[in-house]
Design a protein around this ligand. Structure first.
Ligand code: ZN
Length: 226
């Protein structure tokens, strides 16, 4: 084939390359539009934060400046992993999973699930759960989150399990799940839960958010057989 016969049109967005979505033109003449990764990340952040708060991007790939001195961050191999390192002061931006706490709150062979009012997985059900605050113990977090999301006062009975969370777009998570019991309050959805209800093992909702929650729920009901 004569290559000269292939006509490559000039992209109209070429002149404003830096602010328009990137346009790729293949030798075939087909035009491919691609949204910039930065815009996609921004959209995701807007979506999951409701435009209210800034949250860290999974993997932190879009961090550009050193939180220590404001210098530029660059990728470097440190301790056998590719990490963001400050080009000015040498600060290494170590990225670690975020601890979260979830609760199994049983009642008459059923457990309490909450329906997510916010992204991610808005409208799906999950265990009452939330991120650990800086100034609280995991047990305190369980009590607080249960009250906020379900209206119930609970008591932590025992550690049920610890699960890796890889499917939350906000962060890599380590989910600590406690087996709890109700000591007071009244069941009422609150905070970032739009609904709260009891579910038995044979009538679980179709859409349960987060693999770690699905696994813990399955393990709980399997344990009920013993
Ligand atoms: Zn620095």
């Amino acid at each position: 084939m004569d290559k000269k016969k292939i006509k490559v049109p000039t992209p109209k967005t070429r002149k404003t390359w830096k602010i328009k979505p990137v346009t790729r033109i293949k030798p075939s003449g087909k035009i491919y539009h691609r949204r910039r990764q930065k815009d996609q990340d921004q959209e995701m952040l807007q979506k999951i934060s409701g435009g209210k708060t800034a949250v860290s991007v999974k993997g932190g790939a879009k961090l550009r400046f050193c939180p220590n001195c404001g210098g530029s961050l660059m990728h470097k191999q440190v301790d056998g992993k590719r990490r963001l390192v400050c080009s000015h002061c040498g600060f290494v931006f170590y990225q670690n999973p975020v601890p979260a706490v979830g609760m199994i709150i049983p009642q008459e062979q059923k457990i309490i699930l909450v329906r997510r009012a916010e992204e991610p997985f808005q409208g799906d059900w999950c265990l009452p759960a939330g991120f650990l605050e800086l100034d609280e113990t995991p047990q305190e977090c369980a009590v607080r989150e249960a009250k906020e999301e379900t209206g119930l006062d609970i008591r932590v009975r025992e550690l049920f399990g610890v699960y890796p969370g890889r499917d939350d777009p906000r962060a890599r998570v380590v989910l600590i799940i406690y087996l709890t019991e109700i000591v007071g309050g009244a069941l009422q959805a609150g905070d970032d839960a739009s609904d709260v209800a009891l579910f038995g093992r044979d009538a679980l909702p179709r859409h349960i958010a987060f693999a770690s929650h699905r696994r813990a729920i399955a393990e709980y009901f399997e344990g009920e057989d013993d």
